[in-house]
Structure formats: C-alpha cells, structure tokens
Design a protein around this ligand. Structure first.
Ligand SMILES: [Zn+2]
Length: 281
C-alpha cells in the first residue's frame, strides 16, 4: 500500500490539535483504548460523519466507532501482547493506519452496510482481508464519490454550528468549555460544562467556570452551543446520555454523584481531575 503519511507527522505521534473529532464514538466495555480513540484525521472524520448521515437517512440508526486514532505507544503495547501470546493479531508499531487516524473499528451495527457502501465515502472494508480477518476494521483510503460540505453535513444532522474541537493546553491536556444556549429551558440555559475526552464537569459556580480557563490558558475557549451541538459533542466523546439528558434530574446526577460532579471514564483522565480540584481548593 502506498504511504498514507500526512502532515509531516510520524505514525501514532500526531498531536490532538491536528486531528478531528469523530462522531458516534462508543468504546467497547472491557477493551481499553487510548484517550484519543475518538479522533481521526480530519478528512476521515468528516467522511465518517457524511457516511453516518447517509446511514441514518437510510435506516434511522447510527454507525458507531469503537476505536479510531491509536498512538504509537498503544500500538507497541498491542504488538508486545501479540508477540507473547500470538493473539490478537497486531500490526508492527508504526505501520497501522490507526496511527494515521485513517482507520475505524466499527460496532456490529452497520458493518454489513459499510462493507457494501463504505467505498463510496472513501471507507474501505480492508479488515476482512487481513491474515486474521477483522470484519470490524475499515480504512479511509479516499476516492469516494459521495461527500458533503460542512454546511450540508450540519443541515443533514440538524445542527446549526460547527462542533468545537478539543484544544490542547499548555500542560498537554485538552479540553473545552461549553455553555448551553437553551432559552426555553430555565434549568439548562447558561449551563456550563468543562469537557475533555471521557470527561465532563458541571461548573456550578462562576468560580468553577473560571478554573477551566486557567487550566486551558485560553480565556476565549468557551463555545456557546444549542442543544443539538451540545449533545453531539458529548456523545462524540463517549459521555453517557444520563449525565446531560433528563432536565433537572441529569443536573442532579452530575452534582450529586459520589465523585462530586466530576466524571472520568478513563484512569488516564484522573490527572485532569486532580489539576482542576487542586485549583478549586
Ligand atoms: Zn482496527
């Protein structure tokens, strides 16, 4: 296969700022993935969303992504496991297209449809031809004839504004702050949350809302979003609906949770919680 390297980066060593958020990211329980598994190369992420819009229009359901981008370190760890146990099959570190953000491991839902139709969007069912077949693995190789502009994609998804991309911060973290614009809802209008991959924090006070600005060192990084975009960002980062749907009951879930309104899906995010809690004290 011709090299699909891009951006002057190395395989598995692409900064988050050069990647795009992939929609419908749902990591599988019991299968650990890296903190950027919900990202892809921007064009691949765009065409993934275009493909999902078509799948949704056809079936009323969504494709799901269990892993996109994979770091070199993650690939190395899988390779070591493969060397030791001869299973599961893993690509040599630096050669997987996951490391270029050009692969998607896809949930059972929609796999057959993607195998038949994915190439029209540039997504090819390459995994079925692996030495040990992986019917869930698809690669974005381009060359599809169906695409949409960002505006068309937003219209198709009922969205009104671009979905914000998480920004890397000076300490290697990446997070954004979102303020919900929902004027017809007294409980949710003005609701501010801090979001990072697998992480959400309801900023219940202005003091807390200010802390994220200190952590990100970017006072302009607050996105004011409508409900559709707000939910797309959270679902796109694998954050469960129970924490932001259901009006006051979901607010109560965030605020009354044993972890004090902070939630982290992955151990790797715990340092973010520590950083924020440290500043609150
Ligand atoms: Zn894969």
């Amino acid at each position: 296969m011709a090299s699909l390297a891009w951006g002057g980066f190395s395989n598995g060593k692409i900064p988050v700022s050069a990647l795009g958020v992939a929609i419908n990211y749902r990591p599988l329980a019991g299968q650990p993935v890296g903190p950027l598994a919900g990202y892809m190369a921007a064009q691949a992420a765009h065409q993934w969303a275009v493909m999902d819009a078509h799948y949704f229009a056809t079936t009323g359901r969504h494709l799901t992504l269990s892993e996109g981008y994979r770091s070199y370190a993650d690939q190395e760890s899988r390779w070591n496991t493969y060397q030791r146990y001869r299973s599961p099959l893993a690509a040599y570190p630096g050669t997987s297209l996951h490391g270029w953000g050009l692969s998607a491991d896809v949930g059972v839902e929609g796999r057959a449809w993607m195998t038949a139709n994915g190439a029209r969007f540039g997504w090819h069912p390459t995994g079925k031809s692996f030495a040990s077949p992986e019917p869930w693995h698809f690669d974005y190789l381009g060359g599809g004839d169906i695409t949409m502009t960002p505006g068309q994609l937003q219209a198709a998804s009922g969205s009104s504004k671009p979905v914000p991309i998480l920004i890397p911060t000076s300490n290697g973290d990446n997070m954004i702050q979102m303020q919900l614009n929902k004027p017809d809802d007294k409980q949710f209008n003005g609701f501010i949350v801090d979001v990072a991959p697998g992480y959400i924090h309801h900023a219940g006070t202005m003091q807390e809302a200010t802390v994220t600005m200190q952590v990100t060192s970017n006072p302009d990084e607050r996105h004011i979003l409508g409900w559709e975009d707000f939910t797309r960002v959270l679902l796109g980062h694998g954050i469960d609906r129970q924490f932001f749907e259901g009006g006051t009951s979901s607010l109560a879930k965030l605020d009354a949770a044993p972890w004090g309104g902070l939630w982290s899906q992955e151990r790797a995010n715990s340092y973010k919680l520590d950083a924020i809690l440290g500043k609150l004290k």
